[in-house]
Design a protein around this ligand. Structure first.
Ligand code: SAH
Length: 213
C-alpha cells in the first residue's frame, strides 16, 4: 500500500482540476490533497484513481467522482470535532476526507461486503470512523443528535427521520431524486420541528435502498 511522489503529483493535478470546476474551500482542497484515493479503489481501476470520475467498487456500487465528494463536503460545512453521520460508507473515501478535516465520523453501509472491506482498510491508513452495518434510513438514534448528516446515495425524498437526528442549527446534505439524476439539497434545521432547504444543481448517484444485504 504505497503512496508515492507520483501519486502525490497526480493528486495535486486533481486538486487543480476540481478547483477550476468551482471548489473554493481550502480545507476541502487540502483534504483531497491528502487522501490517497488509489488505495480505496479496486486493483483494475487504480491507474485511473486521479481522474475526476466515479468508478465501480464492487456490489454494484461506486466511489463518487472527486468533484462530487468535494462539492458535498463544501456544502456540509464541517467544523473540527463536529459529530457527523455519513450514510453510504462505500469505499470509505468520503469518510477519510471528512476525518482529514477533523470531524468525528459515524458511517453506515447496507452492503455487508463493502462494510467489511472499509472496516479493514481505513484503520490501516490511519482513519478511524465508527463503522455500522445497517439501513441508513434508520440513522443511529442512540448516537445522535449529529451536527451534520451526509447522504452519499440518491434519496427519493428528503429522509425526515434523519432530520430528527440532527441538532438544531445542524445541516444535512442529500441528493434528492429518482434514478436518472438528483438535485443536491442542503437542509438546515432551524428549530426542533423546522427546516429550510437550498438546492445546488444536478448530480448522479446510486440509489439509497431500504434494508441491508
Ligand atoms: N461515500 C462512498 C460512496 C459510495 S456510493 C464513497 O466514498 O465511496 C453509495 C453507497 O451507499 C453504496 O455503497 C451503497 O451500498 C450505500 N447505500 C445505499 N443505500 C443505503 C442505505 N439505506 N444505508 C446505508 N448505505 C446505503
Amino acid at each position: 500500500m504505497e503512496d508515492s511522489y507520483l501519486h502525490k503529483g497526480l493528486r495535486e493535478k486533481l486538486v487543480d482540476e476540481i478547483q477550476r470546476k468551482g471548489i473554493r474551500d481550502e480545507r476541502v482542497l487540502e483534504a483531497i490533497r491528502k487522501v490517497p484515493r488509489h488505495l480505496f479503489m479496486e486493483s483494475s481501476f487504480i491507474k485511473f484513481a486521479y481522474k475526476d470520475q466515479a468508478f465501480p467498487i464492487g456490489s454494484g456500487q461506486t466511489i463518487s467522482q472527486p468533484y462530487t465528494v468535494a462539492f458535498q463536503t463544501e456544502l456540509l460545512d464541517v467544523r473540527p470535532h463536529d459529530k457527523v453521520l455519513e450514510i453510504g460508507t462505500g469505499s470509505g473515501y468520503q469518510a477519510a476526507v471528512l476525518l482529514e478535516m477533523g470531524a468525528r465520523i459515524y458511517t453506515i453501509e447496507r452492503q455487508k461486503e463493502l462494510y467489511l472491506k472499509a472496516q479493514t482498510l481505513l484503520p490501516k491508513l490511519g482513519y478511524k470512523p465508527s463503522f455500522f452495518y445497517g439501513d441508513g434510513y434508520q440513522g443511529l438514534p442512540t448516537y445522535g443528535p449529529f451536527d451534520r448528516i451526509l447522504i452519499t446515495a440518491a434519496a427519493p425524498a428528503i429522509p425526515t427521520t434523519l432530520i430528527e437526528q440532527l441538532k438544531t442549527g445542524g445541516k444535512m446534505v442529500v441528493p434528492v431524486g429518482g434514478s436518472g439524476s438528483q438535485v443536491m439539497t442542503q437542509v438546515e434545521k432551524t428549530g426542533p420541528d423546522k427546516y429550510v432547504t437550498h438546492e445546488h444543481g444536478w448530480f448522479v448517484f446510486v440509489p439509497m435502498l431500504k434494508g441491508r444485504e
